[in-house]
Design a protein around this ligand. Structure first.
Ligand SMILES: Nc1ncnc2c1ncn2[C@@H]1O[C@H](COP(=O)(O)OP(=O)(O)O)[C@@H](O)[C@H]1O
Ligand SMILES: [Mg+2]
Length: 374
């Protein structure tokens, strides 16, 4: 699956840009503030309906404009469709596929699976469990068709249950109408997640040493409640405490992927650089497994690669991206530094784009070298 065409209108400093990317490697270079990350952001919004940078839609819209509009043509693996996302200042979002409205962000997300590696993703280790649940659920969402609806049921029941818990004289049996669907959905979510993580561990263990040379690195899935207990029993036993606190303390909404080195959290043990490499390994493992399980390929967005990883690790990441034959978009300040990683891969179709003050131009061979400085 790759993005055959990308059109951006009124996103941040980009008034209008059209790209015809390579189905393989796309290198985007330009000075700081020129609009490189905004291009990756555009692709991320086409994939998920939202940015990886900010949840404030207004910030995305070019100053003084009423809205932002993005188009993408997605092709490959039996798919050929155009997707469009526009957002107005009022926050209204219009999602379209082949010109028809798309019912949900989940539907949109199924068309263009994207993996982003940027400075934010490095919070996967030290951030809250929510970040790691999102990481797990990306895969579960794409490989388990029932997952999204099940997850929605759990969210809805949980919300109702929590609001009842905050009533003064609530009795356990009054929760039953919400507990029943919550229990069923929670058990199902756990089964989906556990199944995916088991497979992810195998892939991850097979490649992690390419990225980080540490022993005793373990991925451990915590499902959100005691492994020995049935969720129904956990809810029943925890009723008094849940009522006191005014929310359901345990469940799939508290799940986590614990990443440890020698029994300690990886974020406490590994250096910054090692953490970045570990996150790359996690992201590559996920895209690799996604591909194995679905026969599809996701698009990788790698922001500011040269500044995030040292030469050897960059080479390793590039090696894996190449092996996976996915479409990648990589940004950096220096053209030469970006290109250097792909020089010994003559079979790969590499396209280079130059961004300057929100204008995107493909870099043609033979064009005079443009000095780019910070
Ligand atoms: N809503 C907006 N309207 C206009 N310009 C914006 C808006 N939001 C951000 N910018 C500007 O757009 C540019 C885009 O930056 P970015 O894509 O992060 O650049 P790069 O990744 O190349 O450093 C920045 O110069 C920023 O000041
Ligand atoms: Mg940037």
């Amino acid at each position: 699956m790759s993005l055959k065409r990308l059109a951006i209108h009124q996103l941040r400093n980009i008034e209008s840009a059209e790209l015809v990317p390579s189905p393989q490697v796309n290198l985007i270079y330009g000075k700081n503030g020129s609009g490189k990350t905004s291009i990756l952001e555009a692709i991320n919004i086409l994939s998920l309906g939202r940015s990886f940078r900010s949840h404030r839609h207004k910030a995305l819209i070019r100053q003084g404009q009423p809205g932002v509009t993005l188009f993408g043509r997605v092709s490959g693996e039996g798919t050929d469709l155009s997707i469009g996302v526009s957002r107005s200042l009022s926050g209204e979002a219009i999602l379209k596929a082949n010109g028809s409205p798309v019912g949900s962000v989940a539907e949109l997300a199924s068309y263009l699976p994207v993996q982003a590696i940027n400075s934010d993703t490095f919070s996967l280790l030290e951030g809250s469990p929510k970040v790691r649940r999102q990481y797990i659920d990306w895969l579960v969402f794409h490989v388990e068709p029932q997952f999204f609806n099940t997850w929605k049921t759990a969210q809805k029941s949980l919300k109702q249950r929590n609001s009842l818990l905050r009533h003064d004289r609530i009795r356990p049996e009054q929760l039953t109408p919400w507990d029943r669907p919550l229990i069923e959905a929670t058990e199902a979510i756990d089964t989906f997640r556990a199944g995916c993580i088991e497979q992810l561990k195998t892939v991850f263990n097979g490649l992690v040493h390419d990225f980080v040379a540490v022993d005793d690195l373990v991925l451990n899935y915590y499902r959100g409640w005691d492994r020995q207990q049935r969720y129904a029993d956990v809810l029943a036993a925890g009723f008094d405490q849940d009522r006191k606190q005014g929310f359901t303390r345990q469940g799939a909404h508290r799940a986590d992927l614990r990443i440890t080195v020698g029994g300690l959290p990886a974020a406490d043990v590994l250096s910054r650089g090692q953490q970045k490499c570990l996150v790359c390994a996690l992201k590559i493992a996920q895209g690799y497994l996604f591909s194995q399980l679905t026969g599809r390929r996701c698009v990788y967005l790698v922001d500011d690669l040269p500044s995030e990883l040292d030469g050897d690790h960059r080479a390793m990441l590039v090696e894996w991206l190449e092996r996976m034959q996915t479409q990648v978009f990589i940004t950096g300040v220096e053209k030469e530094a970006l290109e250097a990683d792909w020089l010994n891969k003559p079979e790969t179709e590499v396209k280079v784009f130059h961004v300057e003050q929100g204008k995107v131009v493909p870099f043609e061979q033979g064009q005079p070298h443009q000095q780019v400085t910070e």
